[in-house]
Design a protein around this ligand. Structure first.
Ligand SMILES: Nc1ncnc2c1ncn2[C@@H]1O[C@H](COP(=O)(O)OP(=O)(O)OP(=O)(O)O)[C@@H](O)[C@H]1O
Ligand SMILES: [Mg+2]
Length: 509
């Protein structure tokens, strides 16, 4: 073996340890080096998050792999690797299904992996995850030098440890800045497109404030998920997030549901009852489908937003509540205002910070990432060994306009998986979803649209009102960035302090 390439590659990995890199980049560099040094068609770094192994970086694998969550109990190869302390190589004729069957890129017809190695990575004597190497041809790994691979594994463990330390230090700094501990988010929101990255940034900034938020977006884009993210990244994360579906509130009980009632307030009110606003005290109340709320309730909610008070039905006095309001709708509220169905004062209270969730057709390759998540779920649900998208099917997904957005993608893939099973059978090692199983009309003439994330403005307002709305959004954003320090905010906007204070007054901030 010529040792020189190994020497240089290992030095590069060690150098990366002291460089300022994102965790993603760090892991991507590792896998690129792995592919250069050891012959393999694909490799992956997976993190152990029981009961799953979650891919953090991949090379040579279909992009949807990153969205998959491998259930260890259903992946005998991964389970076996995790059970060993040493590097494992599977026999070429092993009948165990491989998690990557059908996922290795640039292979016309060959779907099965024939040479497969893996090793569990240990950080401080605890299993942290798994590194895997796969090849389509048997004997590929015969030439691998075990000592060199072992050295590479040790360097990978050192890289993971360094990355973990950096991330944990960064998050400690953030927590100190926020003074209150923030709970780590449990709900996963997938998306790497610029649109989704911008949305994630907006969420991170908004989560630090107590401002009311209005989440706008087409049906099925993930508005509820965005609300959950804001709550779980906020200092209120340990308190409840109370969900209210305004469309499903019968008018007769709606007021009592939202604000509670006093014993004897109406027949059937046999005891005092707290409403959703009180249940969300200290936490967040999520008013979903706010566009469906009656004018009477809109007025009451406006009062609560203005004064932080609620009045239980049948009670003369007011109670203070501290619940942050997040509302969502797929309706055009301006139209509602014009038609007299939505109060404009409530709209302006809620739309202090409107968040627009981009439709799926504007998210480019995120479609495949999400497809990976849903394919893996279907694979588990249908007890299949492998489930993949054929290339033409991937193209069709990328060129469809998704009127029902993510929910439509989820349902479509569930249906497609069932259709694919019928002719191919459940026992096949890899079931392939072909374009005809998708039953969609891709718009091949128009490439996937990727529009720059725009300021959300509302065209029913006059020019001046739009300018004011934009100014308000910009100033609120800058205030957040400057921890509400007005002098610093004025400086960062390049406005004279006196003028800035007058502007705040005029814009009612
Ligand atoms: N970025 C994402 N990553 C993973 N799953 C997502 C993402 N966005 C949405 N989903 C999933 O898609 C489904 C629809 O999302 P959600 O219910 O939040 O959409 P919505 O905009 O509130 O829909 P509706 O307009 O029908 O109320 C949910 O199952 C959600 O978990
Ligand atoms: Mg919803």
């Amino acid at each position: 073996m010529t040792t020189e390439p190994f020497f240089h590659a290992f030095i590069a990995i060690v150098n990366d340890l002291s460089r300022h890199l994102s965790t993603e980049k760090r892991y991507q560099h590792l896998l690129q080096t792995l592919q250069q040094l050891f012959p393999c068609d694909a490799c992956a770094l997976l993190k152990l998050e029981p009961p799953f192994l979650v891919p953090l970086a991949i090379a040579g694998l279909s992009e949807d792999t990153l969205g998959r969550r491998f259930l260890i109990s259903e992946q005998p190869r991964l389970a076996h690797i995790l059970a060993q302390r040493h590097i494992v190589r599977f026999a070429a004729d092993s009948t165990l299904p491989d998690p990557y069957d059908g996922l290795i890129e640039n292979t016309a017809n060959q779907l099965h992996v024939h040479d497969c190695m893996g090793v569990t990575l240990y950080i401080d004597e605890q299993a942290w995850g798994v590194l895997t190497l796969d090849a389509l041809n048997p004997q590929t790994f015969d030439v691998i030098n075990h000592q060199a691979l072992q050295t590479f594994v040790s360097l990978t463990e050192a890289t993971v440890k360094a990355a973990n330390l950096i991330v944990s230090l960064e998050s400690q700094v953030k927590q100190v800045q926020q003074t209150l501990p923030a709970e780590t988010t449990r709900v996963e929101m997938l998306g790497n497109s610029p649109q989704m990255r911008a949305l994630q940034q907006e969420i991170a900034v908004l989560a630090q404030s107590d401002l009311a938020v209005l989440i706008l977006g087409e049906t099925g884009v993930g508005k509820e998920l965005v609300a959950q993210q804001i709550h779980s990244q906020s200092k209120r994360a340990r308190q409840p997030m109370v969900y209210v579906n305004c469309a499903a509130l019968p008018e007769t009980i709606a007021e009592s549901e939202l604000f509670g009632h006093q014993k004897g307030a109406f027949s059937g009110a046999v005891s005092d009852r707290r409403g959703k606003f009180e249940l969300a005290n200290g936490g967040t109340i999520f008013l979903d489908e706010i566009g469906e709320l009656s004018l009477n309730l809109q007025a009451k909610i406006l009062r609560t937003l203005q004064n932080g008070e609620i009045q239980r039905v049948g009670c003369d006095s007011y109670h203070k509540v501290d619940s942050r309001v997040i509302a969502a709708t797929n309706r055009n509220l301006q139209k509602g205002i014009a038609e007299g169905q939505f109060r404009s004062d409530l709209y302006h209270r809620l739309a202090v910070y409107p968040i627009q969730v981009p439709p799926l057709r504007e998210r480019g390759k995120d479609v495949l990432l999400l497809a990976g998540l849903f394919l893996e779920k279907n694979k588990q649900r249908l007890a299949l060994q492998g489930l993949r998208l054929d290339n033409e099917a991937k193209q069709a997904l990328l060129h469809y306009d998704w009127p029902g957005n993510i929910r439509e993608l989820e349902h479509l893939l569930s249906r497609a998986a069932l259709k694919a099973i019928t002719p191919q059978g459940r026992d096949k090692r890899v079931v392939s979803i072909f374009v005809q199983h998708l039953d969609i009309q891709p718009l091949f003439n128009s490439p996937p649209v990727v529009s720059p994330s725009a300021v959300s403005l509302d065209e029913s307002l006059s020019f001046k009102q739009q300018i004011d709305q934009f100014s308000r959004q910009l100033i609120l954003q800058k205030l957040l960035e400057n921890q509400q320090n007005k002098t610093k905010t004025a400086q960062s906007l390049g406005i004279d302090k006196g003028n800035f204070f007058r502007l705040l007054k005029r814009l009612e901030i």
